[in-house]
Ligand binder design. Structure first.
Ligand code: ADP
Ligand code: MG
Length: 251
């Protein structure tokens, strides 16, 4: 008996502004324990796909208009975000959304809330986060707005880890970071994936770096999947080499 994928999109479609097809006929999946890379140029539909899974942003976008989304074998098409959070889905949005005026510790503590209720609060809750991002421990009393872009990215990942997610969705975690820092953060994500058995979908314009840690990759263009293959195959395909490499940005 085969295990259902952690998440699966079946011929999914999303319309913005009543008539703009941002995602059309997309079928993809993430098997348990995998890192899946969601690649493609700006505007391809990567963020929209992550939002279809977590339910975030439905009010501005509307519902999935065709096809279905499954999570752990359950049909979750158009579920509310809180229902997905309850099922272990954590979505790290684009742009490292820390609270700049709060300290790093206070930002981490926000990870301990669900639907306005404090789920637990104990320094031991941070241990998992410090295991992977020890540099945060020295920054606990610093206002998050004064930390670097890399530290802020670590902070939002750490905050998500406190939820102990089953599925982690990451949107453009490498954007605007120096290459060495991206490498460090991506290697850490890979470690977290392996050690904590957290399935991940990473949307990123930086195809090369993401495919280095991914198990499988999808390349989107204009809301459709153009290429998909195991990451080690995809990284060597001519189309990827021609169009998508060397797109990483630097600080
Ligand atoms: P990516 O993450 O790959 O850059 P997005 O999923 O953000 O792509 O966007 C896909 C398409 O949907 C783009 O053409 C974008 O302009 C459009 N889009 C995204 N968000 C909205 C929105 N809130 N309202 C209208 N159009 C949107
Ligand atoms: Mg995006």
């Amino acid at each position: 008996e085969e295990e259902a994928p952690v998440v699966e999109l079946d011929n999914a479609e999303i319309v913005y502004d009543r008539n703009f097809l941002a995602v059309q006929g997309v079928s993809m999946k993430a098997d348990r324990g995998d890192i899946v890379a969601l690649l493609g140029p700006n505007g391809a539909g990567k963020s929209t796909i992550l939002k279809m899974i977590s339910g975030i942003g439905r009010s501005e976008r509307g519902e999935v208009t065709r096809g279905d989304v499954y999570y752990e074998g359950e049909k979750v098409t158009n579920f509310q975000t809180k229902e997905m959070v309850d099922r272990g889905v954590t979505h790290i949005l684009e742009g490292r959304r820390v609270f700049p005026d709060l300290t790093v510790e206070e930002n981490l503590r926000c990870g301990l809330y669900r639907e306005g209720r404090r789920i637990r609060y104990d320094k031991s809750d941070y241990e998992l986060a410090f295991e992977y991002f020890p540099q945060l421990e020295d920054l606990l009393d610093v206002q998050a707005g004064y930390t670097s872009g890399g530290e802020q990215q670590m902070l939002v990942i750490a905050r998500a880890l406190i939820h102990r997610p089953n599925l982690l969705l990451l949107d453009e975690p490498s954007l605007g970071l120096a290459p060495k820092l991206v490498q460090d953060i991506y290697e850490t994500l890979r470690e977290i994936n392996r050690e904590e058995e957290i399935t991940m979908i990473i949307a990123d314009q930086n195809a090369q770096r993401t495919l280095e840690i991914a198990d499988y990759g999808y390349v989107l263009e204009n809301g459709q999947i153009e290429l998909n293959d195991p990451a080690d195959v995809l990284v060597n395909r001519e189309e990827i080499k021609e169009f998508y490499l060397g797109t990483s940005s630097e600080e």
